[in-house]
Ligand binder design. Structure first.
Ligand SMILES: NC(=O)c1ccc[n+]([C@@H]2O[C@H](COP(=O)([O-])OP(=O)(O)OC[C@H]3O[C@@H](n4cnc5c(N)ncnc54)[C@H](O)[C@@H]3O)[C@@H](O)[C@H]2O)c1
Length: 344
């Protein structure tokens, strides 16, 4: 099989490429290396897997380039992961955000429609397409909010409500990817992701909160470091998914493409791997032995109190469910964050 991974030097892309190359698949990575850490991931893949695969440094906004690579390679699968990923950037520059997430996704779909109709297209959407979810009912507990009416998490029937330019541009991509299956018969699959974490993720203030707070936990070991800030009261909950589990989602959906084609899936760690910020801090304190010193700021606009994916549709259609527990995964993430912190 030939896999083309747009955004292939990012966090998810480099984890997917690593697994595919280990299994001996043909891999082409397409990335403009705009993200902090992507060049490091490219070097890491080159060191680990030699040069028996292709890297194209280019931009998904460049229609000619994306047409050329898809026409010439006719990949079996495209994992379309290239994207503008930060909410803050989308507020500062909504046009750039739309051109990458909206038009960039249309470029990929059009190239497949025109030149490679058999290619399977996988798209990494987000739970942000459901908006703030203020309409749901919540219970406030000591360390977290809970969903009153959804004990197994939230399924794909939630109302769509793109909030923020990022939410709107990802929703645009999400709907186009699905619709190209209905209108043109492309084999496409949309994954609406909760929070993901794992090795090769270079977390920042506004992307990759597990990694970001692992960095803060390491800084807390040095008494001269000031306290850090969080938005909201820390009881907001997400279901966290480790990168290795995520890679399995993509591979299993491709194996069962007759079931998955044209479908949309909420993908996350599920209720068992749900975690509030306060619960994460408790876990990190246990692992490091240092207390997390933080101050609270007001809530971020549109922040969901709880998002936990009900993954039963993915389990039913292609036999996937998460296998790495939040405790094991976060211990590993702390080790990876320490490596970056120490500049290794
Ligand atoms: N990581 C998460 O928790 C999460 C959650 C929901 C959705 N997603 C989606 O999954 C996808 C991958 O996320 P990630 O965490 O690996 O992000 P990432 O930022 O680590 O990787 C994205 C990659 O895309 C590249 N890129 C950005 N703009 C590009 C462009 N115009 N042309 C070509 N390459 C470009 C970047 O250089 C980077 O290597 C994104 O589309 C994101 O919206 C991620």
């Amino acid at each position: 099989m030939t896999w083309l991974i747009t955004g292939g030097c990012g966090f998810i892309g480099s984890n997917l490429a690593d697994t595919l190359l280990t299994q001996g698949e043909q891999v082409i990575l397409f990335d403009n290396l705009s993200r902090f850490g992507s060049s490091d991931n490219l070097e890491w893949l080159r060191k680990k897997h030699g040069k028996n695969w292709e890297f194209i440094q280019s931009d998904i906004r460049d229609t000619d380039e994306i047409n050329k690579v898809i026409r010439e390679s006719s990949p079996t699968v495209i994992a379309h992961l290239a994207g503008q990923v930060a909410m803050t950037t989308s507020l500062q520059n909504p046009r750039l955000d739309f051109e990458i997430n909206g038009l960039g996704t249309l470029n990929v779909l059009e190239a497949v429609r025109l030149y490679s109709m058999d290619t399977i297209v996988l798209y990494s959407s987000t739970n942000k397409v459901y908006g703030s979810l203020d309409e749901l009912r919540y219970r406030e507990m000591e360390l977290r909010y809970e969903l009153t009416d959804h004990p197994n998490g939230l399924n794909e029937s939630l109302q769509l409500d793109g909030q923020s330019p990022y939410g709107c541009s990802k929703l645009t991509g999400d709907q186009y990817v699905r619709d190209y299956s209905r209108m043109f018969g492309l084999r496409t699959v949309v994954f609406r992701h909760s929070s993901m974490y794992g090795g090769r993720q270079f977390a920042t203030y506004d992307q990759g909160w597990i990694g970001w707070f692992c960095q803060k936990a390491i800084e807390m070991e040095y008494s001269d470091k000031p306290s850090f800030t969080i938005s909201g009261d820390g009881k907001q909950v997400r279901d966290v998914l480790h990168a290795r589990d995520l890679v399995q989602v993509y591979m299993q959906a491709v194996e069962h493409i007759n079931n998955a084609s044209g479908q949309i899936y909420n993908i996350g760690g599920g209720m068992e791997n749900s975690l509030s910020l306060l619960e994460l801090f408790g876990m990190l304190e246990t692992f490091t032995g240092f207390s997390m010193r933080f101050e609270t700021l007001k809530w971020r606009h549109g922040d969901q109190k709880v998002f936990v994916a009900d993954v039963s549709k993915a389990t039913h259609d292609f036999g996937w469910k998460p296998s790495i527990t939040k405790k094991d995964g976060i211990r590993e993430m702390l080790a990876w964050s320490r490596e970056i912190y120490n500049g290794n």
